[in-house]
Ligand binder design. Structure first.
Ligand code: NAD
Length: 345
């Protein structure tokens, strides 16, 4: 029986992986996968990893030397994998889509909570404080939302915003033809949007796409929503923009240094990340710890797609969800063998 080491496991992962197991010995580890913990996968045929695991060159070499043949990411994003180091040694698969609705709906939840101050109202009424002072929001109807990245999640988010009667403009490096989406230049989006929501991947190009310069181009009073990857936003520049009123509120499901904190309980310790502490302390910042994916439907899809990825790999089939540094995201490109219907290497 093939052994699969599942890293960064939480109780909810175990429930869905056990339920969807297609015949593997699943070995669960609470540790994140990194160069030190890679040795735990000794005698395992594959590892299953998540968004905040650090799968760098050393980790990959350690896995390879320990006989691991496949890295099955149980997420869509993969900016934490050194693909060049993995190429030729360990195949990498992912779960490209498990529920774009889960993430888009969470982005809307962050926006609605921020705008209508539900977080404050919840605390007030629990204390029998029924005052409305300071709880004013704005109608979203008629407001302009700027969507950066119009892939699976961005499109669902756009549909929901249209349902609210918002005007949608978008920026994407690869605009979707015939989608009916009103694409504009990034600077136009920054200047015209009342709400900006990020739905693009983290790449060299998008790292700090929302930086100090971008904030100077925005409408004063804009809401910023980020459910994609933390490093899309320069957090220190965001703090300044929150302080000077450029940003009316920020709804963040991700944070650039989240790997050190997210998914764990630090309630009894002093957080040494001042930027994180300052962000969390602001009443107009809502921070959730990378939970946008956390719906039952998404967890089921993550587990079942990961099993399908493992089944394909161990039965020598074409890997539907393989990614390498050349075909980045599984696109058909000249240098990757996927274009001939084969595995990346
Ligand atoms: P997708 O690949 O379907 O869409 C991404 C879009 O971004 C594409 O249209 C692409 O053309 C565009 N893009 C790429 N580079 C760009 C650039 N430089 N500028 C503007 N647009 C660019 O991906 P998706 O499934 O919609 O996911 C989007 C992101 O959401 C993922 O990359 C991931 O980081 C994040 N995500 C977060 C969670 C969560 O729980 N918070 C869960 C899943 C995904």
């Amino acid at each position: 029986m093939k052994r699969i080491a599942i890293f960064d496991t939480k109780p909810y992962d175990k429930v869905w992986f056990d339920k969807n197991n297609t015949g593997y010995e699943l070995v669960y580890f609470e540790n994140k996968l990194n160069e030190k913990t890679a040795m735990l996968a000794k005698d395992c045929d594959a590892v299953c990893a998540f968004v905040n695991d650090d799968i760098n060159k050393v980790a990959i070499n350690n896995l390879y030397e320990n006989g691991v043949k496949l890295i099955a990411m149980r997420c869509a994003g993969y900016s934490n994998v050194d693909f060049k180091a993995a190429y030729g040694k360990i195949n990498v698969v992912r779960v490209p889509a498990y529920s774009p609705y889960a993430i888009a709906e969470h982005a809307i939840a962050l926006l609605q909570t921020l705008n209508r101050k539900i977080h404050k109202a919840y605390n007030r009424t629990r204390d029998f404080n029924f005052s409305l002072v300071g709880l004013s929001g704005v109608d979203l109807y008629g407001k302009t939302v700027g969507v950066i990245g119009t892939g699976k999640i961005g499109r669902v988010f756009i549909d929901i915003c249209r349902g609210f009667g918002m005007k949608v403009i978008a920026y994407d490096l690869y605009p979707a033809k015939d989608s009916g989406i009103d694409y504009v230049e990034l600077d136009t989006l920054l200047a015209e949007s009342d709400v900006i929501s990020l739905h693009c991947p983290l790449t060299e190009q998008t790292n700090h796409i929302v930086n100090a310069d971008a904030f100077t181009k925005m409408k004063p009073g804009v809401y910023i929503i980020n459910t994609s990857r933390g490093a899309l936003i320069d957090s220190e520049a965001l703090l300044k923009a929150l302080n000077d009123g450029t940003v009316r509120g920020a709804g963040l499901d991700v944070y650039e240094e989240e790997a050190d904190f997210f998914f764990e309980d630090f309630s009894g310790t002093i957080i040494k990340d001042d930027v994180l502490s300052l962000l969390v302390s602001k009443p107009n910042v809502i921070l959730t710890s990378h939970q946008a994916f956390l719906t039952e439907e998404a967890l089921e899809n993550i587990a079942s797609t990961t099993m399908k990825n493992l089944d394909e790999f161990f039965s020598d089939q074409f890997l539907t969800n393989e990614v390498c540094y050349q075909c980045d995201g599984g696109k058909v490109v000249e240098n990757c063998k996927r274009k001939d219907g084969k595995r990346c290497f």
